[in-house]
Structures are given as C-alpha cells and as structure tokens.
Write a protein that binds this ligand. Sequence first.
Ligand code: PHE
Length: 345
Amino acid sequence: LKAGLIADIATADTLDALEALRVGAIGKNGVVTALLKTLGSMSPEERLEQGPPIQDLRESVTAALAERKAALEQAALDARLSSERIDMTLPADPGPQGSVHPVSQVMDELAEIFADLGFSVATGPEIEDDWHNFSALNIPETHPARAMHDTFYFPDAADGRKMLLRTHTSPVQIRTMTATPPPIRIIAPGRVYRSDSDATHTPMFHQIEGLVIDKGITLGHLKWTLETFLKAFFERDDIVLRLRPSYFPFTEPSVEVDVGYTLTNGQRVIGGDGDAPGGGWLEVLGSGMVNRRVIASCGLDPDEWQGFAFGTGVDRLAMLKYGMNDLRAFFDGDLRWLRHYGFSA
Ligand code: PHE
C-alpha cells in the first residue's frame, strides 16, 4: 500500500490530482485514515504491534504529499515567470498622440517664410506699459484704443507706469528700435489681448508684427514683401493684393491690405482677382510706412532711417488657410475639432 501511494503521489502532475490523492489517503474517508481508525478497537498488544507501521505510513504519505505539492507549485511559478517575462525588443504600444496646435503651426510657418526673406524673430512682454503700447506709437491719450473697454489694465507700477496687457504686437517695434541699431528686419509673433468676444474675436489672440528699418525704404518694398509672404503662405502664385488707404497712428501713410478670393466649385478660395464674378476681398493685414514721429520717439533720426511695418492676426490667417469659421474653437481644446481639421491623430 505504502509503495503504491508514494509512487502515485510522486507522479501526480497537477495540484488538483495531488489533492485528490490526499483526500483518498488521509482525508476523512481515506484509506490511511481508515487504518488509523482500526487502532481504537485493537487490544493493547495488537496496537503495540500494528500501531507504529500505520503511524509510519501516515507520516510518509503526509511528507510525500508536502514534497510533491512544493515541487508542483515551484513548477507553476517558473512557468508563470517565463511566460510573463517582458520582451524589451517588442515595439511599444502606440500611446495617444498629440499634435502641434494650428496657431502654433501657422506661427512656425510664418517664421520660416520670413526667415527666407532675411527676417529674424523678436519678442516682447505680454504685460506692457502704456508708453510702449501706445505713446511711443503716436497713440495720444485720447485715442479710442486706450478706452477701458478695449484694454485690460493693471494697477499702476511702483514707478508710476500704467501697466496693461498689450493690445497688439506693435510695442515690439519700439522695443526693437530702442534696443538694436538699424538696419532692422524682424517679425514679432505673440499673444495679444483685447476685451472682446464673439465668433471672430477672443479676448486673447495672436498677431505677427513685421518691421523693416533701413535707408531708402519705400512702399514698393512693403508691397513686394507682403505679396511674397502671402503667396508662400497660401501656397498660390495667383494671390492678388488690394491696398487701401487707411489710418494707424504709427504709420504714415497707412495701408490696409486685402487678398482676393474667387469661387471655385461653389467654394470661396483665396487667390485670383477678387473683382471677378462671385469673388471678393478679405482684409488680412494693416501696414504702412513707419511714422516719422515713431522713429524719432525711439531716438533715431527719421531723415536718415525709414521703414515699413505690418501687423496681422495669426488666428485669422489660420482660419482662412484651413477654412475654419469660429475663432473661439481655437482655444476650446476640443480634440474632435482638431481632428476635423486634420490636426490630431
Ligand atoms: N497694430 C495694428 C493692429 O493691431 C496693426 C498694424 C501693425 C498696422 C503695424 C500697421 C502697422 O491693428
């Protein structure tokens, strides 16, 4: 009996099989248990004779069960460890992928286009003082752009300066002219703030400023530069510009620039003569020759140095290029919107 039980236990190949053997041997109704029970009805002499081998049987079986159980458990652990080993050579799971926001993408594009034309990138603070944002740009105290409903003001600085969130990127013109000697050829992209909100206005939006200061600069240079930039940006050779006389305190003369759009398959597409049937004009930027008074307020001699400046809304350019219709959606962070325009994986 003993040899048979021990052999069965040693060859049990699963924990379940081993448990069945344990129940069959030393369980409540097991064969070994039954033998142990017979001891109770024996005479003392019989018990003395038969007891030890039966006890020995029970101990051997119990030890064999424990040994086999440990071996099977170790085998199961080894199997699990080897199946769960991490294979460092497998390609990683593709995580959720982000993308560059359309506004950032357009700013990068613009910086690249202007880099090819020899412009470098300048920056200025978003929290400005009213001298850089207004006075130095020939915007008098009484100008409507200074009214509270347009400008976000801060409490005055300790030195008495009126502080505000810049309402345009034009103060970077001043910061550049007062910091670096001409010739100057810069663009200044960045955030600007106005207290305004509807489908085409958000309280924060993005502009890109351009400034050229050199000798003998004319309106012709301005027109060529804008034409070259808009052709590159809209990726079309047939961009037609319309220059309209306008007014900005910091440019004289001032020019507002429209681009023509035409109807192509019932869609308005930038490019072509806006006066063609079904076509029209879209205002894309403000510009002009830098006002002599602005050049002088930066400590330069306006008889020696001239230049042009322009400013345009980056968000608006992005809307025109990608056919978006609500400016506010730019800043909602809604992935479905980004995906719809092909901006998110
Ligand atoms: N700063 C003007 C605006 O915000 C745009 C502009 C810039 C116009 C430079 C002329 C020259 O509307």
